[in-house]
Design a protein around this ligand. Structure first.
Ligand code: NI
Length: 262
């Protein structure tokens, strides 16, 4: 079982990081992929601590659309920051999370697009997968991915993280060769439409994540989320696809290794 997307370098985990890691291991997690905000020194420090506690940890590094505004004057400088940090982080495997967020619009849309596009190009150059955050921006996200070569020859690979989108978005993502990653939202009582969509996603394209500290699954809703709870996501996916939880855990872990090359 793998948590393919969590924010363990977030300060909410600073005090009890060792216990959070111990509980993840006890729950049977092989590893986690921790998302680091490009250029955030505090997170990088906690990431170093985490690597000592759990050497199997992997990292994705990227400038999130919420932070893109910091690079308004020169979107290309976001790419330089990520490039440097990626090169200095031997356990980094992906560029992310990156994308577009038109729900919050914390950054001007043209800046979000430029920062996103630049990082897709960087990933392509480095031959690394991308971790996509997209919210109320399906069309533009897909357009940029296609313009940068996704779906052509496997040069732009990745995952739509914390997927809550439509059937159409799932289909478009699958057509581009992307994986679909599910978080605790899939356990929520009102997520019936999402569960129906996920039933149609082939098992060999599914990933599991917590997006902790956010979005704790049932029955932990409203509390701080943590990687150990990814078991609830695995159980729900197993149920939807008629597999035993252990089988779903093994298959989604194999998908993780295929995409991120352990
Ligand atoms: Ni995230």
């Amino acid at each position: 079982m793998i948590d393919s997307h969590c924010h363990l370098a977030d300060e909410t985990f600073a005090k009890d990081l060792d216990q959070v890691v111990a509980r993840a291991k006890d729950a049977g997690l092989q590893r986690v992929m921790v998302i680091l905000e490009g250029g955030n020194a505090k997170e990088a420090e906690q990431a170093a601590r985490l690597e000592q506690l759990w050497p199997d940890t992997r990292f994705a590094i990227g400038v999130h659309p919420h932070q893109a505004h910091q690079f308004s004057d020169d979107p290309q400088s976001a790419v330089s920051v990520v490039r440097e940090q990626f090169a200095a982080t031997p356990s980094a495997r992906a560029i992310g999370e990156i994308g577009l967020d038109y729900h919050y619009d914390f950054s001007p849309r043209d800046v979000q697009q430029a920062v996103f596009r630049g990082q897709v190009r960087l990933a392509r150059e480095l031959q690394r997968p991308i971790v996509i955050h997209t919210r109320e921006a399906d069309e533009d996200t897909l357009a940029i991915l296609r313009e940068e070569g996704a779906g052509e020859d496997g040069q732009v690979r990745g995952v739509l993280h914390c997927f809550t989108g439509s059937d159409a978005l799932a289909g478009a993502g699958l057509d581009l060769g992307f994986y679909i990653s599910l978080a605790g939202i899939i356990t929520f009582p009102r997520a019936g439409d999402l569960r129906a969509t996920v039933r149609r996603v082939p098992v060999d394209r599914l990933l599991t994540e917590t997006d902790s500290p956010f979005l704790a699954p049932v029955p932990h809703r409203g509390k701080r989320n943590e990687p150990a709870y990814v078991a609830r996501v695995v159980d729900t996916l197993a149920d939807l696809h008629g597999l035993a939880p252990a089988d779903m855990a093994a298959r989604t872990s194999a998908n993780f290794h295929t995409l991120f090359r352990p």
